[in-house]
Write a protein that binds this ligand. Structure first.
Ligand SMILES: Cc1cc2nc3c(=O)[nH]c(=O)nc-3n(C[C@H](O)[C@H](O)[C@H](O)COP(=O)(O)OP(=O)(O)OC[C@H]3O[C@@H](n4cnc5c(N)ncnc54)[C@H](O)[C@@H]3O)c2cc1C
Length: 431
């Protein structure tokens, strides 16, 4: 059963639409830099948000309807409505078309995901606010977009709307944006954003919001050096996610959650109730589409292929689709320190990467952690052009058990970004 849209957050309000719109932002960026490449362009250009939105809607419709058609071809019945448990084996669906329907099954899979969190801020409910879905539906470029939250979602939208021409202010609670990342990575991103005209206010707690008669939104913040007010025309909430478990009546099925409301599972994704499994974001992440998909692989293997698959210590590669991209896999320095894992770290700026110089996109750096004993690669980050693709090369090397010696000496085609891994890993001897 599905209450809203086939394909879930990823296809409808997450990965696909954001990357589609980000592509428009990138075109605007390239136009703004035409002269750097010796191309005469009689600017200024304008961004037609309705056309950007149409492009995004087309992709969403094509992906979502494609998924729906695939399910139907395979004989899957889609029941449109909101589901809740009646017992450990029975579900009641409040049908979108009206009425209810009950369904019974010996196996039940919960994959209800998350929704945007709404922070407790005085006056917020009286303001018009945007979330990750509605911000992609605006029909003109916001004059000044305020974003509460400097995590992955807030940072992607900040980059995109700045390129469309908005003034952008990010208000973030932590000491640096992208709080999970190593400080040097986050600080490099902050520097790039600030250089590109994005305002970032750190260690800021938003305690009140007010929308005036002209529609301007005023946020009052508590910062280490006192109080501040920021004013903008639009407000995007990107302050985390909450699990879609509160409407499921989980108690009726004996399915337990943790304190944050996420469903508790074991390594095989079994919940506390027999025959009921939880997959994807609703079990507490890591909140990525490819992890939700891997959860499905685990459950499928165990139930239908008689295997013993577990979450275990699976690699969690991910890309933050800012520009330049941040591609990450394996351990960060922060995680290595927390887990007391010894490592050697090497780092090389993108200004040392021939391909990046040729394309004139030299922001960022590559960084790797290696095991001093076994020479295995423990973790890798590429904040740089096509950082996600470069990361995938290292991910495969890690999965195949290659050492840093192997990547230092491997023949890569010239001049690719991957070729620079030779240079990065040659730094290990001196680290
Ligand atoms: C702005 C944004 C950008 C993102 N970009 C990326 C990215 O680039 N790469 C990446 O890997 N991940 C990205 N993500 C994360 C990714 O979207 C999620 O990790 C992924 O969608 C999780 O899949 P899921 O199946 O667990 O849940 P969802 O995709 O959230 O699906 C849950 C579905 O359950 C339905 N539902 C909920 N409750 C009920 C109910 N009671 N009855 C019936 N139906 C119900 C919902 O309508 C929804 O369709 C992004 C997320 C956001 C918000």
């Amino acid at each position: 059963m599905e209450k809203e849209h086939i394909g879930g957050s990823c296809v409808n309000v997450g990965c696909s639409p954001t990357k589609t719109m980000e592509a428009s932002g990138r075109v605007a960026y390239i136009l703004s830099r035409a002269a750097d490449y010796g191309v005469n362009f009689q600017g200024p250009f304008t961004v037609d948000m309705k056309a950007v939105r149409r492009r995004k809607r087309d992709i969403v419709i094509s992906f979502s309807s494609g998924d729906e058609a695939k399910l139907k071809r395979r004989g899957v019945e889609i029941v449109w409505g909101q589901a809740r448990f009646v017992s450990g084996e029975e579900i009641e669906v409040a049908l979108n078309e009206g009425g209810t329907r009950r369904l019974k099954a010996g196996l039940i899979f919960i994959d209800t995901g998350t929704r945007p969190a709404v922070p407790e801020i005085e006056g917020l409910s009286a303001c018009s606010v945007l979330d990750n879905g509605t911000v992609m539906e605006v029909d003109s470029v916001p004059e000044h977009l305020l974003i509460i939250g400097g995590g992955y979602v807030g940072m992607e939208f900040a980059r995109m709307f700045r390129r469309f021409g908005s003034e952008v202010t990010i208000v973030h609670r932590g000491t640096h944006v992208l709080s999970q990342e190593d400080e040097d990575v986050a600080e490099a991103i902050q520097e790039i954003y600030i250089r590109d005209g994005i305002r970032i206010i750190l260690e800021a707690d938003t305690y009140s919001a007010h929308q005036d008669a002209e529609g301007q939104i005023h946020l009052r913040l508590t910062c280490p050096k006192g109080e501040k007010t920021v004013t903008g025309t639009h407000l995007l909430l990107a302050a985390g996610r909450v699990p879609n478990t509160d409407m499921l009546n989980l108690a009726a099925a004996g399915v337990e959650t943790d304190q944050g409301g996420y469903i508790a599972t074991n390594e095989r994704l079994e919940t506390t109730a027999s025959g009921i499994y939880a997959l994807g974001d609703v079990k507490g992440g890591p909140a990525f589409t490819h992890i939700s998909y891997d959860d499905y692989r685990i459950v499928r293997s165990n139930l239908f292929e008689n295997r013993d698959a577990v979450i275990g210590d699976r690699a969690v590669p991910y890309v933050v689709f800012i520009d330049p991209q941040l591609g990450r896999v394996g351990l960060s320095e922060k995680e290595a320190a927390e887990r007391n894992i010894p490592y050697k770290m090497v780092k090389m700026p993108m200004t040392h990467v021939a391909r990046a110089l040729e394309v004139d996109e030299t922001d960022g750096f590559m960084k790797a952690l290696v095991d001093p004993e076994s020479s295995r690669i423990l973790g890798f980050a590429c904040l740089g052009m096509e950082g996600g693709e470069v990361m995938a090369v290292v991910q495969v090397a890690m999965a195949g058990g290659l050492t840093w010696h192997d990547l230092r000496d491997m023949i890569f085609a010239h001049p690719t970004l991957a070729e620079s891994l030779n240079n990065l890993f040659s730094l290990v001897e001196r680290a």
